[in-house]
Design a protein around this ligand. Structure first.
Ligand SMILES: Cc1cc2nc3c(=O)[nH]c(=O)nc-3n(C[C@H](O)[C@H](O)[C@H](O)COP(=O)(O)OP(=O)(O)OC[C@H]3O[C@@H](n4cnc5c(N)ncnc54)[C@H](O)[C@@H]3O)c2cc1C
Length: 405
C-alpha cells in the first residue's frame, strides 16, 4: 500500500491548505454566528460568498473518483484532501464536497439516466442546488432498513409516495431542490431486500411538508440540517425511479461506502485540528503555578490523542486503498471498522479537549461544542456502532470458518 499521495493530490493538498488559511479559518467565527442567527431555514451568506472562490481556485468536486464529473481522484488520493476540509465545519460545502450531496451525486453519477443527470446532477455539481436523502422513519427502527414502511405505488405513468421521514438532512435548506427517497414498491416480496426502491422527488412537488428542523445537541443548521418531513400522495413521473423497482438496497450499498469513508476522513481532520487547539491552550494556560501542559495528565492525554488519531488514519487509508484496488464490496469489513473506530476516536479526543479547556470547552467559543456534536452524531448516523460491529463480527466468523475448512 503506497501511503504518500500522488503528485496531483499533493499539489491539490497544498492549494487546499493555502485556501483554508486565506479564506476558511478567518471566516469561521462569522459562519458560526450566521448559523446561530439565521437558523436552519436559511443559508449562511458566508458559504455562498466563498463557493465561487473555491471553484475558480480549482478546488471543487474533488470527491468523485474515476468519474467524468469530478476530479477523478482515487479514494486514497482524496483522503488527505477530505481530511483537510474536515478541519472546519465551514469548509466541505465551500468546496462542494459536503454530505449528503456527495453521496447523492455519486448515486446520480452511477445510477442516474442521462435525463436524471441533466436535470439534477449538473446543478448539484455546479453547487446551484442542494439535495437530501430520505430513508430514516420515526415509526420504525431504521438502523434495520428493511423496516422502512413508506410506500411508492405505481399509478399509470406516475408513482405515488406516502410516508413520514425524519433526520432528512438538508430538507430545511431553501436550496434543497431534490430528495432521494427510499420506500417500498413491493412490500410482499419474499426477499426483504427486494421490497425497497429509491426514487427522485423534487422538493416542490405537492404533498411534501417539512414539519420541523431537528437540532443536534441544540445546534440548528450546523453541523447538520436534519428535519422531519411528511409525504402525502406525492406524485412523481415514473421516469424518476432510480435503477429500477426493488433495487433500493443495491443503491444504498453503493452510496453508503463512499459516504462513510468521507465522514471518517473529515473526522480525522477535525480531531487533528482539536488536538492543535489543545496543545496551544495547554502551553499558554497557567494553573497552580505552571502551564497545564506540564501536568503529566495533560501529556498522557495528548499522547493518547496522537496515538488514536494515527491509528484511525492508517485504518482509514487502508479502507480507501482497498476500495480503490478490490472495490467497495470487498472493502466492506474495513469500511465498517472505520465507521466504528473513527467517530469513537474523535469523541474521545474532543472530550479530552473539552476537559482541558475547562468551562470554555462546553461553549462553542473554540468550536468544541460543534466538534463534539459532529463526532457524536456520527456514532449513530449512517448506521449505529452496534450494527457495524455486528457486521464486522459476522464477517470475521465467516473468514475464520473458511480458514478452518
Ligand atoms: C444528525 C443526523 C443526521 C442524519 N441524516 C440522515 C439523512 O440525511 N437521511 C436519513 O435517511 N437518515 C439520516 N440519519 C438517520 C440515521 O441514519 C439513523 O438515526 C440511524 O440509522 C439509526 O436509526 P434509528 O434512529 O431509527 O435508530 P434505531 O434503529 O431505533 O436504533 C436505536 C439504537 O438501537 C441500538 N441497536 C440497533 N440495532 C442494533 C443491533 N443490531 N444490535 C445492538 N444494538 C442495536 C443502537 O444503539 C441504536 O442506536 C441521521 C441521523 C442523525 C443523528
Amino acid at each position: 500500500m503506497q501511503l504518500s499521495p500522488s503528485p496531483r493530490a499533493a499539489d491539490l493538498k497544498a492549494r487546499l491548505e493555502a485556501f483554508m488559511a486565506e479564506h476558511i479559518y478567518p471566516a469561521e467565527a462569522r459562519y458560526y454566528r450566521e448559523s446561530e442567527e439565521l437558523g436552519p431555514w436559511k443559508v449562511q451568506p458566508v458559504v455562498e460568498e466563498l463557493k465561487p472562490l473555491a471553484r475558480v481556485a480549482g478546488l471543487w468536486n474533488l470527491f468523485l473518483p474515476e468519474s467524468d464529473h469530478g476530479a477523478g481522484l482515487s479514494n486514497l488520493d482524496y483522503a488527505p484532501l477530505c481530511e483537510v476540509m474536515g478541519r472546519s465545519h465551514l469548509a466541505p460545502e465551500v468546496f462542494n464536497c459536503s454530505a449528503p450531496d456527495t453521496g447523492n451525486m455519486e448515486v446520480l453519477a452511477r445510477y442516474g439516466t442521462p435525463e436524471q443527470q441533466a436535470r439534477w446532477l449538473t446543478p448539484l455539481l455546479e453547487g446551484r442546488i442542494r439535495s437530501g436523502f430520505a430513508m430514516t422513519e420515526p415509526a420504525v427502527a431504521s438502523s434495520d432498513a428493511t423496516n422502512i414502511e413508506s410506500r411508492i405505488t405505481r399509478d399509470g405513468d406516475d408513482y405515488v409516495i406516502n410516508g413520514r421521514k425524519w433526520f432528512t438532512t438538508g430538507a430545511t435548506d431553501p436550496r434543497c431542490k431534490i430528495l432521494i427517497f427510499m420506500g417500498k414498491t413491493d412490500p410482499d416480496n419474499a426477499d426483504r431486500h427486494r421490497q425497497q426502491s429509491m426514487i427522485l422527488v423534487p422538493m416542490d412537488t405537492p404533498g411534501i411538508t417539512v414539519h420541523r428542523p431537528l437540532p443536534v445537541f441544540g445546534f440548528y443548521g450546523m453541523p447538520d440540517r436534519a428535519s422531519e418531513v411528511s409525504f402525502e400522495d406525492v406524485r412523481v413521473p415514473a421516469a424518476n425511479m432510480l435503477l429500477g423497482e426493488g433495487r433500493g438496497f443495491e443503491i444504498a450499498q453503493g452510496r453508503l461506502g463512499p459516504g462513510r469513508i468521507h465522514h471518517c476522513m473529515r473526522l480525522i481532520g477535525l480531531a487533528e485540528r482539536v488536538l492543535e487547539k489543545v496543545c496551544a491552550r495547554a502551553e499558554e494556560r497557567v494553573a497552580f503555578g505552571r502551564p497545564v501542559a506540564e501536568q503529566t495528565v495533560t501529556l498522557e492525554r495528548i499522547a493518547e490523542a496522537r496515538i488514536a488519531i494515527e491509528q484511525a488514519r492508517l485504518l482509514t487509508l487502508k479502507a480507501a486503498w482497498m476500495m480503490d484496488t478490490v472495490g467497495n464490496k470487498q472493502a466492506k469489513a474495513e469500511i465498517a471498522m472505520i465507521k466504528v473506530a473513527v467517530p469513537n476516536m474523535a469523541c474521545r479526543v474532543i472530550d479530552m479537549a473539552i476537559q482541558l479547556f475547562g468551562g470554555a470547552g462546553v461553549t462553542n467559543d473554540f468550536a468544541l461544542g460543534a466538534a463534539y456534536a459532529t463526532a457524536r452524531l456520527l456514532r449513530i448516523a449512517d448506521g449505529p456502532d452496534e450494527v457495524h460491529r455486528n457486521q464486522i463480527g459476522r464477517l470475521e466468523l465467516r473468514r475464520q470458518r473458511a480458514a478452518r475448512s
